[in-house]
Design a protein around this ligand. Sequence first.
Ligand SMILES: Cc1cc2nc3c(=O)[nH]c(=O)nc-3n(C[C@H](O)[C@H](O)[C@H](O)COP(=O)(O)OP(=O)(O)OC[C@H]3O[C@@H](n4cnc5c(N)ncnc54)[C@H](O)[C@@H]3O)c2cc1C
Ligand SMILES: *[C@@H]1O[C@H](CO)[C@@H](O)[C@H](O)[C@H]1NC(C)=O
Ligand SMILES: *[C@@H]1O[C@H](CO)[C@@H](O)[C@H](O)[C@H]1NC(C)=O
Length: 361
Amino acid sequence: MSIMAACNLNKLQKRLSSQCATDMKRVRVVVVGAGVVGLSTAVCIAETLPYCSVTIKAEKVSPDTTSDGAAGILFASEFLDIPREWQQRWFKETFDHLLAIADSSQASDAGVFLSSGYQIFKDVPWDKKPFWSDFVLGFRNMTDRELKRFPKHKFGQAFTTIKCECSSYLPWLEKRFKEAGGQIQHEKVTDLQKLAQMYDVIVNCSGLGSRFLVKDEKVYPIRGQVLKVNAPWLKNFIRDGDGKTYIYPGISHVIIGGTRQVDDWRMEVDTADTEGIMERCSQLEPSLLKAQVIGEWVGLRPGRANLRVELEYLHVQGRHVPLVHNYGHGGWGITLSWGTALDALGLVRQSLFEKPPCAKL
Ligand SMILES: Cc1cc2nc3c(=O)[nH]c(=O)nc-3n(C[C@H](O)[C@H](O)[C@H](O)COP(=O)(O)OP(=O)(O)OC[C@H]3O[C@@H](n4cnc5c(N)ncnc54)[C@H](O)[C@@H]3O)c2cc1C
Ligand SMILES: *[C@@H]1O[C@H](CO)[C@@H](O)[C@H](O)[C@H]1NC(C)=O
Ligand SMILES: *[C@@H]1O[C@H](CO)[C@@H](O)[C@H](O)[C@H]1NC(C)=O
């Protein structure tokens, strides 16, 4: 038998080309992870590829994922080694997807709405026009009168973006996923080889978990602590350009933060961090001194120099099982969730129609 013939016997491709009409869901896809990245990816696959049955396996589900506690503001810094056009596409696709929800009757169920405010800088930044400035609404420089409120800051940008509160958005995505025929299993995955025996395609959206699951040492935690405060009079967000201090008004509370502690695994609340957050935020917004703190939360961002959306193949008992990675979104996982999910969907589709690498068969 020629090498090509061996390739054609790939189980997955046989299943895909099967003519059996009664067995519509011929391709078994498993998505590892039920944070905003895993759920978005699973919804994209389940809604777009009717011949796939999609299962999510996740150790933690909403409300216990990192995504659940994030402020969910659509905003991003640039990954240095990823082409700018890709990052622009990921941002724009996510923004437009969420804007359509914000403009619909689903907005409050999904926890997605417009949010206007300021990013302020102590020194004029080198990048006065961030890569996403054309995708948010009404991006402009702040006026001198607006800046007067922030005497320590020299420069600022005003814009309207989206706030996507994952405590509502994840359950909303879960419902959409189940309506598309998807299933969620609450369990930890430890053995990829075993998983590969039960599924035709594996999609890896395990966030920081990738460090253990695929032993990717390039993934590291960036600890973030935030406070939830009751301050319903605050309507506009304020973010210091250094990324460490921010005030994000939401549906039922205001999130104030924060910290960006690299390689810090502590999940406990740190009282020194709490005091620092209060002090820094009330310098920007003195009325916060009168706000009641209603919660404290710590999350570990899945840091990586470059987020990874990539297709590779696992070799399991003579089969090549496609493994699509989608992880390492750092502090911008909500911002880039839908755009990267669409790319992961593209890779799943590609893996079903292209020939797997044959050399090792
Ligand atoms: C304080 C703070 C504020 C933030 N604010 C923002 C913001 O305003 N905007 C923004 O865009 N982003 C923000 N982020 C970043 C955002 O939270 C992350 O980028 C995002 O949550 C990453 O999503 P994820 O789905 O990759 O990871 P997660 O939400 O961590 O989900 C990972 C999933 O994988 C599962 N998993 C891992 N390993 C395994 C395994 N072995 N087996 C089974 N399941 C496994 C987990 O249980 C979980 O279900 C913030 C983060 C923090 C900490
Ligand atoms: C905004 O301010 C910066 C810095 O002063 C300047 O270079 C830029 O041209 C301004 N942009 C607009 C649209 O005025
Ligand atoms: C996800 O990718 C990471 C990094 O390559 C790896 O350590 C982990 O095992 C992968 N998990 C899955 C389910 O593929």
